[in-house]
Design a protein around this ligand. Structure first.
Ligand code: 5RP
Length: 219
């Protein structure tokens, strides 16, 4: 199976986690696009969605799915999103699509995070994928220095990318994230960091992994 077929498989499988009558939290990325297309087949059974990016909002609306503002809801039963890496405890690196801050905001509203990914995203230790960090532009150089001194990481500004919030992304290479919760907590306190793409406080409760032999569920 191709990677696109594996993404379609888990996008479809995530429908089983959607609570009928509810509002669904929807992430961002190519795997989530497959989920949104699958969700369209049951759009009459849900109230709508809260979206984590302009791109996902446009895709949801193109399917005729109502999109609510995050501020309009107090709680969501489920948030469905992809990941750039996920470890066996459900901690993730996210933000390859630059939507990490809004993804974390919507994930925070949800009672359960359902991660959908092809099996290449499952790792023993996070950090091979460059860690995305959304940063207020004037802080970029200082944040890069902090990554170098605290963790030996090399941060570079992602060229040509402005987030939906008007900020920039730095990608940090050379990290071995053995304690995701500690690093998330530390980096989030650095001035100018809007959010770091480590999802440990908002780890996935369920991960649907696409494999050539079908969907493997980690929980
Ligand atoms: C976007 C994300 C995505 O979930 C992540 O990049 C995975 O994307 P894809 O499903 O395209 O591999 O965090 O900010």
């Amino acid at each position: 199976m191709t990677q696109d077929e594996l993404k379609a498989l888990v996008g479809q499988a995530a429908l089983a986690h959607v609570v009928p009558g509810s509002i669904v939290g929807v992430g961002t990325g190519s795997t989530v696009n497959c989920f949104i297309d699958a969700l369209a087949t049951m759009k009459d059974q849900i109230q709508g969605a809260v979206s984590s990016s302009v791109k996902s909002t446009e895709r949801l609306q193109a399917h005729g799915i109502k999109v609510f503002e995050a501020s309009e809801v107090e709680s969501l039963p489920v948030y469905v999103d992809g990941a750039d890496e996920i470890d066996h405890s459900g901690c993730m690196i996210k933000g390859g699509g630059a939507a990490l801050t809004r993804e974390k905001i919507v994930a925070d509203l949800a009672q359960a995070f359902v991660c959908i990914a092809d099996e290449s995203k499952l790792v023993q230790t996070l950090g091979n994928f460059p860690l995305p960090v959304e940063v207020i532009p004037m802080a970029a150089a200082q944040v890069a220095r902090r990554f170098a001194s605290a963790y030996g990481g090399q941060a570079t500004v992602r060229a040509g990318v402005v987030t939906d919030n008007g900020n920039i992304i730095v990608d940090v290479r050379g990290l071995k994230i053995t304690d995701p919760l500690a690093m998330e907590t530390e980096v989030n306190q650095w001035p100018g960091v809007v959010s770091v793409g480590i999802f440990a406080r908002h780890a996935a409760q369920v991960c649907l992994l696409g494999t050539p032999s079908g969907v493997r569920t980690l929980s």
